[in-house]
Design a protein around this ligand. Structure first.
Ligand code: PRX
Length: 650
């Protein structure tokens, strides 16, 4: 946690935008009264509220006996029920006219396209599920997916779910070491990858990284490789197999396995503030219910929508709002492999025009990049099919929000600024597009079933407009169940700060209308381009270099990325120069991945520390941001260190 418990809120925004009447008239949630009734019922009678939705919106092999047992952090949902996520995303649609509806409209970066109807997706998932069984995979086994954004990624996810195996997806931008760490933590038996993927016209070599990772991942027995780029790969006999060869003769008949409601669906690693990544584990039924309902409420999904979430499936946004939420609802999902600026900066808008996308969900970091590239790009294309816009991943600055509304939404589309986390599984706080008068920069009010509070560090509720810690007072079905292999850490990280509450790690305030304004994270995690990175992990990477004695990493405001990475480095001996700065930058990239590339490396003779030896990050943050520090320095061991750092920065 931060060194200080109060958080100053400086943002003051007074503009509001009511939803267009025509939107409200057709919306899934269309009146304030409807929202209030749902929210109140979910608060007073969560079991009744969620139980009804679970019966109505999910397919159960065996109905559950109870809806909710226990209290946070030890909750169990839908005990006695058996279910399958793949069945819910596929089989149940085959009994309806959705069977010939497009499930995935995919576009590769080079411009190749594929459309998979629900029937096609079902067949491919069944075949690959049989392949996994043939490789000896059993219910509960962990499978690592390290893949580009191609349909085989969705197929592999749903194939795991179909046989009760637990997928652990690692974003393709992570390095071999990161893959090895996650393989080992999850004790993965199989890795599914591709030769490579396309990014800005270049091949990202994935299989080569898996080969390096496997030198340090003793639990992995087999590797399945999709041929995507056609690049050179080494195939190790009896360990590595081509996807297309294995699936060629595989049967398309594969019953979905019945699993308990609480059976783990997936593990997704996310950065923690103590270095080691946290294996966030989600359940099957609760997670599926949460993503199914929030997709309907927040994105106002309709049968004829064409829905595009631009996230990578390697992050939670892609799990919940490219795969499980939309497919469980039988939606048509657009999926794009590559970069937004390839072959030029108009690529996203070209895709919107080409497929007549109606719902578009992206991140503030992307919006800031679009603004920088200029209005001429979106203006070249017909964006009239859009009816709803969303953002996720970090606070959006009001000016970027206004640009999104005016230039992309053409003042016609409501914007949903959705607050949630890897751990929450689905959207928690968001405008409801048919009823909420939106305020640029605020994520609005809690969804039904979500009971947040803003508290001081001793757990007292704070009045309107006072900044504090954002906590949840009531459990919800799609919350994480544990950190894989470390239940104590799970309890300690999320439930020990404010007793009886889930603490999200974010600071926020609630305004006089009950709207939440998230102010960012209060611990040592930085948010680069909407992705959470642990400063500790970057520090560990730096210290692993032979010349580095100590390192402190902080975020600083960055025009495009939201936060940039600023590294303060103390050397064992000698002076640092530009060559060493570059070497260290490359070293961090190699160790963690391109996403963690430092923006600045500063050599410092010493780091400012408290008397107990804790690095005073708040002071370093001020220096990195070029601010005159107003922090309390009474516990600082050596004030001259600080003065030196500040002088050099000016
Ligand atoms: O700080 C909040 C920020 O992203 C964090 C969660 O990151 P992650 O688990 O990687 O999931 C990102 C996608 C769900 C949160 O603790 N965050 C996410 N959405 C918003 C946000 N901050 C402000 N406004 C948002 N809409």
């Amino acid at each position: 946690m931060s060194e200080s418990s109060s958080i100053d809120s400086v943002l003051k925004e007074t503009r509001t935008f009511a939803p267009p009447a025509a939107f409200t008239a057709q919306a899934n949630i269309r009146s304030e009264e409807q929202y209030n009734t749902m929210w109140q019922r979910a608060k007073d009678d969560p079991a009744g509220f969620w139980g009804d939705l679970a019966r109505e919106h999910l397919h159960w092999f065996r109905p559950f006996d109870t809806v909710l047992e226990g209290e946070m952090p030890e909750t169990r949902w839908f005990s006695g029920g058996t279910i399958n996520a793949s069945y819910n995303c596929l089989d149940r649609h085959l009994e309806t006219e959705r069977r010939n509806k497009a499930a995935i409209i995919w576009e590769g970066e080079p411009g190749d396209t594929r459309v998979l109807r629900y029937q096609d997706l079902h067949r491919e998932v069944c075949r690959f599920a049989n392949v996994l069984k043939g490789l000896g995979v059993e219910k509960g086994d962990r499978i690592t997916l390290y893949m580009p954004m191609i349909p085989e990624l969705t197929i592999a996810m749903l194939a795991c779910a179909r046989i009760g195996a637990v997928h652990s997806i690692i974003f393709g931008g992570f390095s071999a070491d990161a893959v090895a760490d996650r393989n080992n933590d999850a004790q993965a038996r199989i890795v599914i990858t591709a030769d490579g993927g396309w990014r800005r016209g270049r091949e990202v070599p994935l299989k080569a990284a898996v080969d390096a990772a496997l030198e340090k991942s003793p639990t992995v027995e087999k590797v399945v490789v999709v041929r995507r780029t056609g690049g050179e790969v080494d195939m190790v006999p009896d360990r590595d197999f081509w996807w297309h060869e294995l699936t060629e003769g595989a049967s398309a008949d594969c019953d979905a396995v019945e699993v308990d409601a609480e059976h783990p669906l997936f593990i997704l690693y996310t950065s923690g503030s103590t270095g080691k990544p946290k294996g966030v584990l989600h359940s099957t039924a609760g997670y599926l219910l949460g993503t199914t309902m929030t997709t309907q409420w927040v994105f106002d999904l309709k049968e004829d929508d064409t829905y595009w979430c631009t996230a990578d499936i390697g992050w939670i946004t892609g799990h919940s709002y490219i795969t499980y939420g939309p497919l469980s609802n039988g939606a048509t999902v657009v999926m794009y492999e590559g970069a937004p600026n390839w072959p030029d900066e108009g690529r996203f808008w070209e895709i919107v025009e080409k497929y007549r996308v109606s719902i578009f969900y992206t991140a503030p970091t992307a919006i800031r990049a679009f603004i920088k590239w200029g209005n001429q790009w979106p203006e070249k294309y017909d964006l009239s099919s859009l009816r709803l816009l969303g953002t996720v991943g970090e606070p959006i600055n009001p000016e970027a929000w206004m640009w999104y509304r005016e230039v992309i939404g053409q003042e016609r589309c409501p914007i949903v600024d959705t607050w949630w986390q890897t751990e929450t599984g689905g959207i928690m706080i968001s405008p409801l597009p048919g009823i909420t008068a939106t305020k640029p920069g605020s994520c609005g009010r809690p969804l039904p079933g979500v009971v947040p509070d803003i508290v001081s560090s001793d757990g007292t509720s704070l009045p309107a407009n006072e900044g504090g810690l954002l906590v949840m007072r009531q459990p919800w079905p799609h919350m994480l169940r544990t950190l894989y292999g470390d239940h104590e850490r799970f309890k300690q990280v999320y439930f020990s700060e404010i007793p009886g509450c889930y603490f999200a790690g974010d600071g926020a305030r609630r305004d006089e209308d009950g709207y939440i304004w998230v102010m960012g994270r209060v611990d040592d995690v930085i948010n680069v381009s909407g992705h959470r990175l642990s400063t500790m992990e970057i520090e560990s990477a730096l210290v692993a270099h032979e010349r580095v004695a100590e390192a402190a990493v902080v975020g600083f405001p960055h025009e495009i990325k939201g936060e940039g990475i600023f590294c303060f480095v103390t050397l064992k001996d000698g002076e640092g120069d530009e060559a060493l700065q570059q070497e260290l930058t490359q070293h961090v990239r190699d160790q963690i991945g391109a996403l963690a590339t430092p923006d600045r490396v500063r050599f410092a003779p010493a780091l400012p520390k408290t008397r107990s030896g804790k690095i005073m990050r708040r002071l370093l943050r001020d220096i990195a941001a070029g601010r005159e520090s107003v922090q309390d320095t009474t516990t600082l061991e050596d004030l001259s260190v600080l003065a030196r750092l500040r002088d050099e920065e000016e």
